[in-house]
Design a protein around this ligand. Structure first.
Ligand SMILES: [Zn+2]
Length: 565
């Protein structure tokens, strides 16, 4: 007797093989049969006409705090994610010395824009050392499987105290040994990797750079060497320096010394020029190393709007006067003609600032109710204004307050030269690049990319009109098996016998992203932008439906993943 049979679906199994009609049989949380299944089962789900895929493995999230108060890990769970890796970008909440918790909160708030008040109220600090943190996570009810990484900033803060962020303070050999020992102990307890951040983009709420940003090669290599001799472990590096030889030297040396993979988040504009990142990646992989730059399905974008923390008018005096009001009241006041006249006058008082604002509006696109994330120049706010012979600032203002202030505006933060997805076409086609950067759980006030997998499948696999599409089989493989393999998770990511039964049942024609919206559901009433989705009929984790027609079922089959076990 099987626990579950999913019958008649179009199985896209995550190996890259062609879609085929098959039943999927599940017993004790594992897939035990794929094909024609006549065995009896406790539960049957008819999936005729639907896609049956592996659950998505999202290797780049920041649910470190949220997982301690919210077992659902929404919105990622709504979007078919069944495994989430946290501890990215050098930040997390362990290890921590008692009394130093606020330092890590301020880092997370500054770097990842998660309200500090929500973290302070939401997290119950029942750990000091990383292995203790894992024990706590293991004891929590979870909907998804969660993998962790030892975050460099927390390790540094633990060992160096208040000097952790001091760029002129070089740790002693003893300090470095102490840090490496923490990393090693975390990995031995089951962390999936170690993460470090070397970008000037990442600062705490006081404007201090992330601890480790300026770490010297000796320290970085010692952290990496903590993985020598282990059968698991990934190095995650966010770096502004991936156009430079020395940065590649220590990263590739890490891969050589440990035999472990490195996954890279490239924040160096120079590395994106003339295909440099592709060439350097190709070189490293041709030597047999596993270097895996992360690519999002589209440019990471900030969302402007009255529901967001960002929009063009937010610094002008008239807006400052209403900015703290609830949305409906704000929109009511802003809709008065005298308010509009006043704020447009403020915005035009300084010609240089006005010119800058208009220039920005060529890269700001109203999302509408059916978001288009690959818009043309003409679809920008400035493009709309030019077509209508209107003032771009006035058009921006009118769109901002229309529809009760619900409109949001997508501003790609880079990699959108010429309004084209050339970089993404090349990166998605590369076997060395992996999907990442959904940043689930983070950037609550300005970004809503946790539904990236849904975007990838709908846009690249179905809707794209401005260039080539990508076969659904390839996309599914890249969203499940390839990301799982990058983190050494060989027990998931495909619909094959023996695999963990993480399965999405998708009404593909109906799969659709909504326009993001602000909700105030974080602890202490904190606000975040979330994006709803239609089309996931069922999200199944270890054989148990966790989301059915968009709603949490209350089942908590997720668990902590311990690497090396
Ligand atoms: Zn991140």
């Amino acid at each position: 007797m099987l626990d579950l049979v999913i019958t008649g679906g179009s199985v896209v199994d995550g190996t890259g093989a062609r879609t085929r009609t098959a039943d999927v049989g599940v017993l004790d949380g594992r897939i035990v049969e794929v094909g024609r299944i006549d065995s009896a089962a406790r539960q049957r789900i008819a999936a005729d006409g639907a896609l049956v895929t592996p659950g998505w493995v999202d290797i780049h999230t920041h649910y470190d705090g949220q997982l301690t108060w919210d077992p659902t890990l929404a919105p990622s769970s709504w979007h078919g994610v069944t495994t989430a890796v946290v501890g990215n970008c050098a930040i997390g909440f362990a290890p921590v010395r008692p009394g130093d918790e606020s330092f890590l909160i301020e880092l997370m708030e500054g770097v990842e824009d998660i309200p500090g008040s929500a973290l302070a109220e939401g997290i119950d600090w029942r750990w000091e050392h990383f292995p203790e943190y894992l024990d706590v996570v293991e004891s929590l009810p979870l909907t998804l499987d969660v993998g962790t990484q030892v975050p460099h900033a927390a390790v540094r803060a633990y060992v160096l105290g208040h000097r952790a962020s001091d760029r002129d303070h070089e740790p002693t050999d003893t300090d470095i040994a102490a840090m490496a020992a923490i990393v090693r102990a975390g990995l031995e307890a089951g962390a999936l990797g170690f993460s470090t951040s070397r970008t000037l983009l990442h600062k705490d709420i006081h404007g201090e750079y992330m601890p480790g940003t300026f770490a010297v090669e000796k320290e970085l290599r010692a952290m990496g060497r903590a993985m020598v001799g282990l059968s698991h472990g990934v190095l995650e590096v966010v770096s502004d320096y991936l156009h430079e030889g020395p940065e590649w030297r220590w990263i590739t040396e890490f891969c050589r010394e440990t035999g472990r993979p490195a996954t890279l988040v490239c924040t160096s504009p120079e590395a994106y020029r003339d295909g440099l990142l592709f060439r350097l990646t190709e070189d490293a992989n041709s030597e047999g190393l596993q270097v895996r730059p992360q690519v999002a399905g589209r440019p990471t974008g900030v969302l402007h709007g009255l529901q967001s923390s960002v929009h063009l008018f937010r610094r002008y005096p008239s807006y400052q006067g209403v900015g703290a009001l609830p949305l409906a009241e704000r929109v009511a006041l802003m809709s008065k003609p005298e308010f509009k006249a006043r704020i447009l006058a403020e915005a035009s008082a300084n010609q240089a600032l006005r010119d800058h604002a208009v220039a920005v509006l060529w890269t700001v696109f109203p999302l509408g109710t059916v978001p288009d994330y690959e818009p043309t120049r003409e679809q920008s706010v400035a493009g709309i204004a030019v077509a209508g012979h209107s003032d771009p600032l006035e058009v921006m203002f009118d769109l901002l307050v229309a529809e009760g202030g619900s409109e949001l505006f997508y501003q790609p933060l880079g990699l959108y030269d010429g309004y084209r997805f050339d970089y993404f076409e090349q990166a998605i086609a590369s076997e060395h690049f992996v999907f990442g950067l959904s940043d689930g759980g983070a950037h609550c006030g300005v970004i809503a990319d946790a539904g990236m997998a849904t975007f990838v499948l709908t846009h690249w696999g179905r809707d794209r009109t401005r260039g080539e599409r990508v076969p659904v089989e390839t996309l599914v493989r890249k969203l499940s098996r390839d990301t799982a393999r990058t983190y050494g998770l060989d027990d998931r990511g495909t619909i094959e016998k023996g695999m963990i039964a993480d399965v999405n049942i998708i009404d593909f024609p109906a799969l659709r992203l909504h326009r993001p919206q602000a909700v105030h559901d974080l602890p202490a009433g904190g606000r975040r932008l979330v994006q709803r989705v239609d089309g996931y009929l069922q999200v199944i984790k270890s054989g148990v439906p966790i989301v059915v027609d968009g709603a949490d079922t209350g089942a908590r089959p997720g668990r902590l993943i311990r690497g090396g076990r």
